[in-house]
Write a protein that binds this ligand. Structure first.
Ligand code: UGA
Length: 432
């Protein structure tokens, strides 16, 4: 099938490339000239494991191309996915002006039937607005259908999540739209749920909000564990063995970040408020996620006393491993708070340094974890990159001024590090 993807960010690029990989003919559109030129030269503007190789292969085999022109996509492609950005406004609401622009542009170029699918994460009722907008610019409503097909891609494992999803959700309002989308997803053998458009939109926001709530819950439990000397890893394991709870997303740490959870929760909350539905659980989830970052900073201060002039070796800046994404990364608030207290930061991240540079002032970037540790007063882990799991701690102990580790992601075995002479502080894990 011929597919147009409007918006070539994380979601658009992964979606377009994976559809091409499945054998469809894909045209990815973006209004950023530099990005399109880069993609045409075979350069990928984001880091996502496996994506660059997959783009190169599909371009070479003639199934994937890039363009600035929505008109071209409308002309050539029967199904058009809207994958543009929906950034948060100051009040938490999602800014849907890019979605509206695309709907209008597509409608203005329509000559024959096209299916317009919203894939950007959007609040419930956006499908209705897309339909109304298109109708205003294209009164012949038989020329289009609108559908919702939310994405459930995790950065860092987006290709796997696309090709082997837990579920595919198709929110449709006509048999024709359902048939087209079923055909498109035919090669993917996963449960397929067909719903109305509003329910599909809600599945996305409710899923992300629920997952974020699970993380916030275990993080608060980790503070209780700290207070009484229990181990949150054991508590989470015991909870997760109950199939009604499940083991995933119960990893305590320094809080969730990224461009999805914080913004989707805020948007869902805002939408509920607008609809007159009280959803204070979400308010609390957001507040306790902020608390978790302050709590970690406090933990460091409590253990090191004065931070002024102390050097901290920071491992990991990205909001999670296997991505260079710094958006809403917990490292931002944590490091800024530590710097405010006078701490000097020497940081290492395998991928995110270029994206971190414009965000932080006065941070030194190391070439590897050991360089970061040289003459530092403590080691602080903020992202659980796999390359940090097998560090040479004997060497690190010699490099550090004091053998202190703050493990913000509970990566290490506290007993082993203590045996090696470290003072170990995890999240909810019997410190020191
Ligand atoms: C999330 C969802 O998991 C995807 O299903 C969804 O499609 C995506 O948002 C989206 O809306 O586009 P993502 O933000 O890439 O994916 O990353 P996650 O793996 O969900 O992690 C989010 C944050 O939670 C990270 O900061 C991570 O470190 C944190 N986290 C996750 C924890 O602190 N503990 C956990 O147990 C799991």
């Amino acid at each position: 099938m011929k597919i147009g993807i409007v918006g070539s960010g994380y979601v658009g690029l992964v979606t377009g490339t994976c559809f091409a990989h499945l054998g469809h003919q894909v045209l990815c559109i973006d209004n950023d000239r530099t990005k399109v030129a880069m993609l045409k030269r075979g350069k990928v503007p984001i880091y996502e494991p496996g994506l660059s190789e997959m783009i190169t292969q599909n371009v070479k085999e003639g199934r994937l191309d890039f363009s600035l022109s929505i008109a071209q996509a409308v002309k050539q492609c029967e199904v058009l996915f809207i994958c543009v950005n929906t950034p948060p406004k100051d009040n938490g609401e999602a800014d849907l002006s890019y979605v509206e622009n695309v709907a209008r542009d597509v409608a203005q170029h329509l000559k024959e039937y096209r299916l317009v699918v919203e894939k950007s994460t959007v609040p419930v009722q956006t499908g209705e607005w897309i339909y109304k907008t298109m109708k205003e610019h294209q009164p012949r409503t038989s020329l289009f259908d609108v559908a919702s097909n939310p994405e459930f891609l995790r950065e860092g494992s987006a290709i796997h999540d696309f090709l082997e999803p837990d579920r595919v959700v198709l929110g449709v309002s006509s048999a024709r739209a359902e048939k087209l989308l079923r055909k498109l997803y035919e090669p993917i053998k996963s449960p397929l749920l067909v719903t109305d458009i509003k329910s599909a939109e809600l599945i996305k926001h409710a899923s992300n909000s629920f997952l974020a709530s699970k993380i916030a819950f275990i993080n608060v439990v980790s503070r209780v564990c700290d207070a009484v000397g229990a181990d949150v890893e054991q508590v989470a394991k015991g909870m997760g063995l109950d199939p009604r709870i499940g083991p995933s997303f119960l990893k305590a740490g320094i809080g969730f970040g990224g461009f999805c959870f914080p913004k989707d929760l805020a948007a869902f909350l805002r939408m509920a408020e607008k609809l007159g539905v009280r959803f204070d659980i979400l308010k609390e989830v957001l507040a306790s996620n902020d608390d978790q970052k302050s709590y970690f900073v406090q933990k460091i201060e409590n253990a090191l006393w004065n931070l002024k002039g102390k050097k901290l070796a920071v491992l990991g800046l990205a909001f999670k491993p296997d991505t260079d994404d710094m958006r809403f990364a917990p490292s931002i608030e944590i490091l800024q708070a530590l710097q405010k207290e006078g701490a000097l930061i020497s940081a290492y991240d395998p991928q995110a340094v270029e994206k971190a540079k414009p965000i932080f002032k006065g941070i030194k970037y190391a070439k590897n974890p050991y360089e970061a540790c040289r003459h530092a007063d403590a080691l602080v882990v903020l992202t659980e990159w796999s390359e940090f799991s097998n560090l040479d701690f004997k060497r690190i102990k010699k490099l550090l001024r004091q053998p202190v580790i703050f493990d913000g992601r509970n990566m290490y075995n506290p007993n082993e590090l203590r045996k090696q002479g470290f003072r170990y502080y995890g999240m909810g894990r019997k410190s020191v």
